[in-house]
Write a protein that binds this ligand. Structure first.
Ligand code: ACO
Length: 373
């Protein structure tokens, strides 16, 4: 047996091939740079690109929209399930449970073919925003807002959440954030989904596991922690002192650093201007100014730069969305990337089963129970 190579956290390890996305030469999805997609496409077009491999024609987009919009509803038992969850359940945990439960009700549940997985992916794309909004309003004691079939993914979500239509500027900012969140190669949650389905498990199991992986603050959970950081920093006057003290205490400044990007995350630069415009529209740039100061200190002291969660947390805060919704919003977009990877894995599957270096006790014999201790 050859000596296994080992890289903690699989850092720098190539663990597979993909046609969906690369971070080489700037982030791109199926050959299109995210900057180009953010400027020229809607999230709905990008969702189609990730799932179906090419940007849609106008006719394909219309058909896709019709299919997805028609699936914007939950089986009634899901609502009973939400009502039965403990009141301290977070929106992200409720979403993970909902996606697992939705697998029971999907008509293609037992079919793992390429076409069935595409149908399931489109349905989950439609159902996830409904699950987030319905559960959120139920917990708040607010009446459910039925989905609108005429609205885009982003616009319908904001409408269901608030009960009123969002402004075009808000829809565009949300749309861009969803485009930037949609896909990112072999990140932790996507890799988790690929590991799960590599056993020939099903799409809903893979997505449920991916949501569990997304939850952690080192990954998707960071966009909620960004606002905790800014609130703790207190404002522009105190931000520099607070950041230096936090670094001295060896605290992590959530929204900074990345396993792959060591000189900056292109997505953060794209979304920053939308976070700034949203703050101006909301009438306060306090958190933008605070963020700029923290960015300067992090660059000077740690040579560390913002990742996408840094402007995303601020954008959603400026849009007056409650903090525990931020990671579910990430999931509402990343479902497209996860599903594309699940389908790619299953189309050319090989069980993902790495090895470990054993560091436990040397071989020994079991002593009779009375002789142990
Ligand atoms: N703030 C302060 N110090 C940091 C940060 C940070 N955000 N990130 C890393 N460091 C420090 C570490 O403490 C470590 O210092 P040390 O060598 O003195 O111990 C050094 O930088 C290297 O850190 P690692 O954790 O080894 O780097 P890794 O590549 O594993 O980390 C990660 C990447 C997990 C994203 C990290 O930068 C981090 O925890 N960031 C904050 C969480 C975050 O924003 N996550 C979102 C990721 S992007 C996304 O999901 C869209």
């Amino acid at each position: 047996m050859t000596t296994p190579t080992y890289s903690p956290g699989l850092e720098g390890v190539t663990a597979g091939e993909t046609t969906i996305c690369t971070v080489e030469g700037g982030l791109s999805y199926r050959g299109y740079s995210v900057g180009d997609l953010a400027e020229n496409c809607s999230f709905d077009e990008v969702a189609y690109l990730l799932l179906h491999g090419e940007l849609p024609t106008a006719v394909q987009l219309k058909q896709f929209h019709t299919r997805v919009a028609a699936a914007r509803r939950l089986p009634p038992p899901l609502k009973e399930l939400f009502a039965a969850l403990p009141k301290w359940t977070t929106p992200l945990d409720a979403l993970r449970t909902a996606v697992s439960a939705l697998g029971h009700f999907d008509q293609d549940a037992a079919d793992n073919s390429h076409d069935a997985n595409l149908r399931k992916a489109e349905r989950l794309l439609a159902q996830i925003p409904v699950a987030i909004a319905d559960n959120f309003r139920l917990v708040k004691g607010q009446p459910e807002v039925p989905a609108r079939q005429d609205l885009s993914h982003a616009a319908n979500f904001l409408y269901m959440l608030r009960g009123i239509e969002a402004s075009p500027a808000e829809v565009k900012a949300m749309d861009v954030s969803l485009i930037l969140y949609a896909e990112h190669e072999f990140n932790a949650s996507t890799f988790a989904a690929r590991v799960i389905v590599s056993t020939l498990s099903d799409l809903h199991s893979g997505i449920t596991g991916a949501i569990g992986a997304l939850k952690g603050p080192l990954h998707g959970g960071a966009n909620e922690k960004v606002m905790d950081i800014l609130l703790a920093a207190g404002g522009p006057d105190k931000a520099e002192e607070w950041t230096r003290a936090a670094l001295t205490r060896k605290e992590r400044i959530m929204g900074f650093g990345h396993r792959v990007y060591k000189t900056g995350d292109v997505r953060a630069g794209i979304l920053k201007k939308y976070a700034g415009s949203a703050a101006e529209a909301a009438g306060s740039t306090k958190w933008e100014e605070t963020a700029d100061i923290i960015e300067r200190v992090m660059a000077a002291e740690k040579s560390m730069f913002p990742n996408l969660d840094w402007p995303a947390g601020r954008l959603y805060h400026a849009m007056k969305l409650e903090i525990p919704l931020y990671t579910p919003i990430f999931a509402m977009s990343r479902i497209t990337g996860w599903a594309a990877h699940v389908i790619e894995q299953l189309d050319n599957n090989r069980l993902i089963r790495p090895r470990a270096i054993y560091t436990g006790p040397a071989a020994r014999a079991v002593a009779p129970i009375g002789e142990r201790g």
